[in-house]
Design a protein around this ligand. Structure first.
Ligand SMILES: Nc1ncnc2c1ncn2[C@@H]1O[C@H](COP(=O)(O)OP(=O)(O)OP(=O)(O)O)[C@@H](O)[C@H]1O
Length: 258
């Protein structure tokens, strides 16, 4: 077991979900029914499942964007009822998340400015996170001057600058080309190790799940989806998809969807 997993298990859970269900208004069926999950502080957890099974719905409930129908959803010992500073969300479409009229630095500093953080601290913080995500030298550029991968880095730096304990990532690399996606996956593992954040990462890509996650929660096909099986992945980072054990896990997880 990796030291990171040991740390996650030893600690109080960052997120505790018990018997959580969701049905949307005017809908007769449940999208999610009886979801149970506990995520440790500092853990990298993957929510994996086919399109439409309710991954984004579950992530949005943890973010506090949408309300549960029943059950318990606790983050940092408090029932979630609205968004909070302890949770930062990274969306799939960076274009929709970034402000096109602000530079990279201004985008990264946006949350700090809203909190009325003094200018010198804002600059220091944005410089740190811009460097962490590998965008040093691009501070004065506008989103339209950046590639898709660079925009996702800005989005990540902006969320990290607000210093949430938990990063909620909804298929953040889904719109990127294969090579950029691979680079971003490697970078995310590095950033996670440097920042010790708790990460919940949504994907429908088994390979991506295995490259990133300490644990992978496989969701059943909806409606009434739940977390069917949780796999602990004790493989060291950086992970190689040519590795034999990696492929054994791949097959096991693939069997859920055959
Ligand atoms: N606001 C809403 N009102 C009604 N139904 C909704 C709403 N949001 C989501 N749903 C339904 O909930 C189900 C789960 O959707 P969700 O987006 O959570 O799935 P997903 O697993 O994230 O899918 P994908 O991988 O395609 O993004 C779908 O059947 C969807 O139509």
């Amino acid at each position: 077991m990796s030291s990171i997993t040991e740390k996650a298990i030893a600690n109080v859970p960052a997120i505790s979900i018990t018997g959580l269900s969701k049905s949307f208004l005017n809908n007769h069926h449940y999208v999610l029914e009886d979801v149970n999950l506990s995520i440790g502080k500092g853990e990298f957890f993957i929510l994996l499942g086919p399109s439409g099974c309710g991954k984004s719905t579950l992530l949005s409930m943890i973010a506090g964007f949408i309300q549960k129908t029943s059950g318990e959803l606790i983050v940092d010992n408090e029932e979630v009822s609205k968004p909070g500073r302890n949770r930062g969300v990274v969306f799939q479409q960076a274009d929709a998340a970034l402000f096109p009229w602000l530079t990279v630095r201004e985008n990264v500093e946006f949350g700090l400015k809203m909190k009325k953080t003094p200018k010198s601290i804002r600059h220091e913080t944005s410089a740190y996170f811009i460097e962490l995500v590998g965008l040093k030298g691009h501070e004065q550029k506008f989103p339209k001057e950046l590639s898709g991968g660079m925009k996702q880095r800005v989005q990540l730096a902006r969320v990290l600058a607000n210093d949430p304990d938990i990063l909620l990532m909804d298929e953040p690399f889904g719109a990127l080309d294969a090579m950029t996606r691979r680079t971003m996956q490697t970078e995310l593992v590095r950033i996670w190790k440097e920042t010790n954040k708790t990460i919940i990462f949504v994907t429908h890509d088994i390979q991506e799940a295995l490259l990133l996650g300490e644990r992978i929660g496989v969701m059943s096909i909806g409606p009434s989806s739940k977390i069917e099986t949780i796999y602990s992945i004790p493989l060291p980072y950086p992970r190689q998809f040519t590795n034999k054990e990696f492929n054994t896990y791949y097959q096991k997880i693939q069997n859920h969807f055959d």
